[in-house]
Design a binder for this molecule. Structure first.
Ligand SMILES: [Zn+2]
Length: 209
């Protein structure tokens, strides 16, 4: 009895196993099929959602758009406003800025420009480009003074301020224009003159006359 029973049991077990296995495979296949179908549906839905988002973003204002020209007077008023104070506090506009670069060491030069074709083309625009109300102009002395060293009166390096090359060039030009037109004061280097040479020449001229 026992061996026969064992045989029956084993046979039953085999049948159940095989049937289960078959069931499993069938169900798993069905699952896979349904999953792929669901994934496709999800992808389609995402695509549609993305399309809708693009449409909505195109209709709203673009935060990276820099095609609008801000007048200098507006910028000068902005530098005295509560909005500016809330944004920067008592710091300079470049103090809190950090460059974004690959690896341990920053490249020697900053990027060429942040704005291409009237639009910000980078995720980490420089302190001047990121705020459209900071206008570099020779009359905007309050902004220019933030980029001048208190020790020697030179324009601070772009390695310190993080300005892009284009903004830095515009800054140096604006500072020079401001100095030429008397908006910014600066110290002229002290020179010692040998007046004996000068008077000597005067005397020679008198002798000739
Ligand atoms: Zn820039």
């Amino acid at each position: 009895m026992l061996p026969i029973a064992r045989g029956i049991y084993s046979g039953l077990a085999n049948i159940t196993r095989s049937s289960r296995g078959a069931l499993h495979t069938a169900s798993s296949l069905r699952c896979k099929a349904s999953e792929t179908a669901e994934e496709k549906d999800a992808e389609n839905a995402e695509g549609e959602a993305g399309g809708e988002e693009n449409q909505s973003s195109s209709s709203g204002p673009d935060p990276k758009d820099r095609s609008k020209v801000i007048p200098v007077e507006t910028s000068m008023r902005y530098l005295k406003s509560a909005a500016y104070k809330q944004t920067y506090g008592n710091d300079f506009v470049w103090t809190q800025y950090r460059r974004n670069h690959k690896g341990m060491y920053a490249p020697r030069k900053t990027r060429k420009t942040c704005i291409r074709q009237g639009r910000i083309s980078t995720g980490n625009p420089c302190p001047i480009c990121r705020d459209e109300y900071l206008v570099l102009d020779y009359r905007n002395t309050e902004l220019l003074e933030q980029f001048i060293s208190p020790h020697n009166g030179n324009v601070l390096s772009y390695s310190k301020t993080g300005l892009c090359q284009k903004s830095h060039l515009r800054l140096t030009v604006a500072v020079q224009q401001a100095r030429d037109s008397g908006f910014l004061t600066y110290d002229v280097p002290f020179r010692e003159y040998d007046y004996s040479e000068y008077y000597g020449q005067e005397q020679k001229k008198k002798d000739i006359n």
